[in-house]
Design a protein around this ligand. Structure first.
Ligand SMILES: [Zn+2]
Length: 292
């Protein structure tokens, strides 16, 4: 039953029909009260009405001054490198080199590491402020929305979106463009929350992933469905993350001030082990999808 009083007037980007939406609830994480709808056919969730994303990504977002900020990676680059390097080594098991696009490339830290490992880096970033930084570091970066990027078709060997796909509007056009710009055999990496994961199901409306900038909330099964439709029929799925626990622990030290902070390792270790022992018990998810 639709208790929100609003009728959603959009097509589910996974199912390509508009018949199966139902109102779930207003989210309760951080008092954001986002109106959440769910497609009963595929499980995709969305905010409706849609937020105004143009107002969201200003300098305050990227420098950590707004309520729902991106963390400024530049201060902690040394620590981020542990995770970035481990991730790139894992990517190279599948695609050893070539043109590497990071969508939502921010200040270009991840791409700098990809370049160090032999990839040719390219970025797409909505923020002028952070893409200027990336360009000054010699990384070709398009400022704007992914759909407007001018890079050629069949050009990329790797495209990565780390906690970015949930921010993107018009998923069908976005997945079509991934497909067009990817070389055959190229690899798309998507990291987002898995709404079929136990954590998301148990926490329901209080789940911390309900944030103003997150427009679509995917799951492993509906993500694989839309990937397949757009020419990525083979995937390697990580219910958890695609890098080892050691990298995560080394990265976390960037936020530690005193020895006492090392107690946080217990939480990180238990979360990581849970995802290894019982895949699907957390809601972390990384999908590597290969272009047919
Ligand atoms: Zn659907």
């Amino acid at each position: 039953m639709d208790i929100s009083g609003k009728k959603i007037d959009e097509v589910c980007p996974v199912c390509n029909t508009s018949d199966h939406w139902s109102f779930q609830y207003h989210s309760e994480f951080n008092q954001f009260h986002l109106p959440i709808y769910r497609c009963e056919q595929c499980g995709l969730q969305t905010q409706f009405p849609k937020p105004n994303t143009n107002e969201m990504y200003d300098e305050n977002y990227y420098s950590g001054k707004s309520d729902y900020s991106y963390i400024d990676e530049r201060k902690l680059e040394k620590y981020h490198n542990y995770v970035w390097d481990a991730r790139i080594r894992n990517i190279q098991k599948f695609v050893p080199g070539g043109n590497f696009l990071d969508v939502g490339s921010s200040f270009g830290g991840f791409l700098s590491r990809a370049r160090k490992f032999g990839f040719q880096p390219y970025g797409v970033e909505v923020s002028e402020y952070s893409s200027n930084h990336s360009r000054s570091n010699g990384i070709e970066t398009f400022t704007g929305n992914y759909l407007d990027n001018p890079f050629p078709t069949h050009f990329f060997d790797v495209i990565t979106l780390i906690e970015v796909i949930e921010h993107m509007e018009n998923p069908r056009e976005v997945f079509r463009k991934f497909s067009d710009q990817m070389k055959s055999g190229g690899m798309l990496l998507l990291q987002t929350a898995n709404f079929e994961g136990k954590q998301a199901l148990e926490e329901g409306k209080k789940y911390h992933y309900y944030l103003p900038g997150h427009i679509y909330y995917y799951s492993l099964s509906n993500l694989k469905k839309i990937l397949k439709e757009f020419g990525f029929s083979r995937t390697k799925d990580y219910l958890g993350v695609d890098f080892p626990l050691s990298a995560k622990l080394l990265k976390s030290r960037g936020n530690f001030q005193t020895l006492w902070d090392y107690r946080r390792w217990l939480t990180i270790i238990s979360y990581h082990m849970k995802s290894k022992i019982l895949p699907g018990s957390t809601s972390s998810m990384v999908v590597y999808a290969f272009k047919d």
